[in-house]
Design a protein around this ligand. Structure first.
Ligand code: IYR
Length: 230
């Protein structure tokens, strides 16, 4: 029978995927979504204006809808609101960043970063109302502490982070991808289990009223794609 709500395929239950969004004008909708996303920028000057916790919860739920290897969802999101923890994270991150900027990064790398105006100082780590720290899980741990394999972990968590950033932007908030390197101090500070590795740190909040961002341009469509039509 057509349109059964579910089917057993190879012994496993499958449910009917109904196109519930029923987008009418896909050209218009894709164009306006692009315009909305093209407005996204990494912002470094955060306001301390509070953000409702429910918004952060929705953003994380959105990220967690990402596809992942064998649907293992090999990610974990730590949300930091505590001023004390934020200040500990800032201190540790700036220590690592200072070493990076003062020796670990190549001349070429430092030069590439100049137009972006970054340095070892990370005040946003204390000012933004929330820090989201994304952990990847190369494996899960069973109750018996047995290692359970995850797959395509970097790809999966990378996709989830992209969706997280998209969700943050569409909520009218800003973020930036901060990668203090090495990031292992976060495992300790946040008391994470042995199967988690810090992947990305994202401050989330409103920008200050007069936030300036570097005047950069994006590659055009021809530079980032090629259509093979014949
Ligand atoms: N992790 C450092 C350096 C940095 C590296 C890249 I590549 C950037 O695009 C921006 C910064 C930092 O967060 O400052």
């Amino acid at each position: 029978m057509a349109n059964e709500k579910y089917k057993i395929i190879d012994g496993h239950k499958h449910i009917l995927y109904s196109d519930y969004l029923k987008v009418k004008n896909i050209e218009e909708k894709s164009e306006s979504f692009f315009q909305e996303m093209d407005w996204r920028r990494s912002v470094r000057d955060f306001s301390d204006k509070p953000v409702p916790k429910s918004v952060i919860e929705n953003i994380i739920k959105t990220a967690s809808t990402a596809p992942s290897g064998a649907h293992k969802q090999p990610w974990f999101f730590c949300v930091i609101e505590s001023a004390e923890l934020k200040s500990q994270i800032r201190k540790a991150a700036e220590e690592e960043e200072r070493k990076s900027y003062e020796g670990r990064m190549s001349k070429e790398w430092l030069n590439d970063l100049k137009p972006l105006g970054t340095n070892h100082s990370k005040p946003f780590l204390e000012i933004a109302p929330y820090l989201i720290i994304v952990f990847k899980k190369p494996y899960d741990l069973s109750k018996e502490e047995e290692k359970l394999q995850n797959y395509y972990v970097n790809e999966s968590v990378g996709i989830a982070c992209g969706m997280l950033i998209t969700a943050i932007h569409q909520a009218g908030l800003v973020t930036l991808t901060h990668t203090p390197s090495p990031m292992n101090f976060l495992t300790k500070l946040l008391e994470r289990p042995s199967n988690e590795r810090a992947f990305l740190l994202l401050p989330v909040g409103y920008p200050v009223t007069e936030a300036y961002v570097p005047d950069i341009e994006r590659k055009n469509l021809d530079e980032v794609s090629k259509f093979y039509s014949k």
